[in-house]
Each structure stands twice: as structure tokens, then as C-alpha cells.
Design a protein around this ligand. Structure first.
Ligand SMILES: Nc1nc2c(ncn2[C@@H]2O[C@H](COP(=O)(O)OP(=O)(O)OP(=O)(O)O)[C@@H](O)[C@H]2O)c(=O)[nH]1
Length: 349
């Protein structure tokens, strides 16, 4: 068993601000036959994890790290999860994965994640950081890079930048964002996910150097000693909560509500994503919004984990969750067999 996997298993970090397309890119990566043996760790902020469901691949080599952000509260969990995978691989309990891909939360600072790999005595003898890929949202990155330090650090540390949503952004906006990220990170290759030449299979081959190793983090995080827990290092005011409803959702009312909400408050709603039990539909619909942008809903093929509740996760900055809950209830009383949702969580990253 021991020689079925590399002496140093490469670990790729997939980062990028909220809603910038990390899970979408990961889903594309996992269709590549060359990555069929990759183990995947997904870090989701909050109690209501959705990304692993949206990925629609669940197996023993996929681990969900939840309830906090990888760069602070879940760092120990990350090390434990990789050690656990390693131990199970050695004992032949899980398939012999030959790479790990970590999808961090959109708020994660990549430096402490990388330093966790270097600092842990077990991990550093069996795993090697093999590059940071950062997704950058061509529609929203202008505001995000200006207002928040997390996307700035994600871009700065990246070995490869994937500019997403160039299919729906204005060419001038794409040029502006490209110039902006070039200023932050002058030499990492920039690829456009909508480019005809975009070759997802080559992304990891092209990402083998680890720029962060030569960098001094602005916060001094990237060092051999991961230091104390860094909770509270995120941009202030950002909080996350979820609405969970046992009842069905009226699609028309919901669509109007979400569009109006993001239209009016999109500058303060950094991310909304959900899985909805739509009245009259056999299967759930996944919805995504990023600031003012409502993405095309996706009809899913099954109920994630058999759970038929509607779950909507919000990450907001400067909006009171109760106000969103009230407006959801007011709008979604229109017609459907409604049950008021529970607000299950309210935490600061
Ligand atoms: N048009 C378009 N939509 C995209 C592209 N990439 C991602 N999206 C959409 O953007 C939304 C968010 O994408 P995700 O892949 O979930 O983003 P994420 O970075 O994983 O989100 P968080 O984990 O919540 O931070 C989804 O509706 C995607 O379909 C793109 O290149 N073009």
C-alpha cells in the first residue's frame, strides 16, 4: 500500500472571495480523469454546509470542515482531517489518494492555511504545498478588492489566478479587474475561465511553485509556528446566518424577493446561496447570489443527504439578520404552503 501514493502528497489550495466560483472550478477539476484520485477538503463557514452537496460528489475522500473559517477556528481541524486521511490511506481504509485539494471559505486568509501544513510535524513529512489557485469574480472583484482585505490577500498569494464570470462581465470591466489584480500580484498567470483555451486539466500542472513560501505575509502569519488562533482577524462586521424552512417555497415569490433584496442591499449582501424545496417540484433548486448579481438557478438531481428542507445561507456585512428574515417571511407568505423558517445560526467569521 505504502508505495501506491507519493512520498510527499501535493496539496493544492483553492481560494477566492465569496461566490467567486471556487466550487464551480472544483467541480470542473474533479471531472478530469487525472484527478480521480484526489482527496477533497471543503471548508464551509457556518452550520449549514452546502458546497459539498452542490458538488454532488460525496465519498470517503471528501471531508467537510465546518463551523468556522479554515484560517482561524478550523485550523486544528484541518490538520486533524489530513492526518486522519493519511492514516486511513496507509491502512488501506480509503482509496490511495495522490493529491489533496482544499477549497477554503471565501473569507479565508491563505497564509495560515499554508503555514498549518508546514508547521504540523506529521503533515510536513508526508505532504507538500503545491500551489494556490485563486478565483477572482470579474463582475464583483472591483468592489471586493477595494472594501475587503481577504480577497486582496488571496490574490497576492496566488500562484495562478482564474478570472471567472468573464462571460457576463463587460470587456472594460474585465480589463479593469485584470489591471487591478496585476498590481497586487504582478507575475502569477491569469487565465479566464470562459476562454476557449481554458484547460482545467492543466491548471494543477501549471501550479507547482508556491509563491507564498517566498513571501512575508503582511500579518506575519506565514511562518513555521502557526501561532494562536486567529479568530476575529476577518474584516469587521461580516456575519453569517441561515434560514431553514420545513415548508415549500413559492418560486415566483422567492425570485422577486431575492432580486429585490440584492438590488436594494447587494452592496451589503456578500453572498447568498441555498437549496430550495420549490412548491410543485420533485427535486431541489440551488440558488446563488453575489452582491447585486443573481446567478441562474440550478435544478439538482437529488435531495442532498435526503434532507428536503429549504436552506438559505447568507453572508452579510452591516445588515441585521432579523431584517432579512422578516422580509423573507413577508414575501414568501404569498401563496405557498409556508412554514416560517428558523434562523439557525448567527456567527461572525
Ligand atoms: N456566468 C458565470 N457564472 C459563474 C462562473 N463561475 C461561477 N459562476 C456562478 O457563480 C455562483 C457562485 O459560484 P460558486 O462556485 O458557488 O462560488 P464559490 O466561490 O464556491 O462560493 P462560496 O463558497 O460561497 O464562496 C454560481 O451560481 C456559479 O454558477 C462563471 O465563470 N460564469
Amino acid at each position: 500500500m505504502a508505495d501506491a501514493f507519493p512520498a510527499f502528497t501535493p496539496v493544492t489550495l483553492l481560494t477566492g472571495f465569496l461566490g467567486s466560483g471556487k466550487t464551480t472550478l472544483l467541480r470542473q477539476l474533479l471531472t478530469d480523469p487525472g484527478l480521480s484520485n484526489a482527496a477533497v477538503l471543503i471548508n464551509e463557514f457556518g452550520e449549514v454546509g452546502l458546497d459539498h452537496h452542490l458538488l454532488e460528489r460525496i465519498d470517503e475522500n471528501m471531508v467537510l470542515l465546518q463551523s468556522g473559517c479554515l484560517c482561524c477556528t478550523v485550523r486544528g481541524e484541518l490538520a486533524d482531517a489530513i492526518r486522519d486521511l493519511h492514516s486511513k490511506r496507509e491502512r488501506g481504509i480509503v482509496p490511495p489518494f495522490d493529491r489533496i485539494i482544499i477549497e477554503s471559505t471565501g473569507l479565508a486568509d491563505p497564509f495560515p492555511v499554508l503555514s498549518t501544513l508546514k508547521a504540523d510535524p506529521v503533515l510536513r513529512h508526508h505532504f507538500k504545498p503545491s500551489g494556490v489557485i485563486a478565483t477572482v469574480d470579474a463582475v464583483n472583484a472591483g468592489m471586493q478588492l477595494t472594501a475587503y482585505r481577504e480577497p486582496m490577500r488571496q490574490v497576492a498569494v496566488a500562484d495562478l489566478l482564474v478570472l471567472t464570470k468573464t462571460d457576463i462581465a463587460e470587456p472594460a470591466q474585465v480589463a479593469w479587474i485584470t489591471a487591478m489584480i496585476r498590481q497586487i500580484n504582478p507575475d502569477a498567470p491569469i487565465v479566464l475561465s470562459s476562454d476557449d483555451a481554458f484547460d482545467v486539466a492543466r491548471l494543477l500542472d501549471d501550479t507547482t511553485t508556491v509563491r507564498a513560501e517566498a513571501m512575508q505575509s503582511p500579518g506575519g502569519f506565514y511562518c513555521d509556528d502557526p501561532g494562536p488562533v486567529l479568530a476575529g482577524q476577518h474584516s469587521g462586521g461580516i456575519r453569517s446566518f441561515a434560514l431553514v424552512s420545513e415548508g415549500t417555497v413559492d418560486w415566483t415569490a422567492f425570485g422577486i424577493w431575492l432580486t429585490m433584496l440584492l438590488n436594494r442591499h447587494g452592496d451589503r449582501i456578500l453572498r447568498v446561496k441555498g437549496v430550495l424545496n420549490i412548491e410543485g417540484e420533485d427535486f431541489p433548486v440551488a440558488i446563488h447570489g453575489v452582491q447585486h448579481l443573481v446567478h441562474t438557478p440550478v435544478h439538482m438531481q437529488s435531495w442532498p443527504g435526503g434532507d428536503r428542507r429549504s436552506r438559505i445561507v447568507f453572508i452579510v456585512d452591516g445588515i441585521v439578520p432579523a431584517a432579512i428574515e422578516r422580509s423573507f417571511n413577508a414575501f414568501n407568505g404569498l401563496g405557498a404552503a409556508q412554514v416560517a423558517p428558523r434562523r439557525v445560526e448567527e456567527m461572525q467569521p
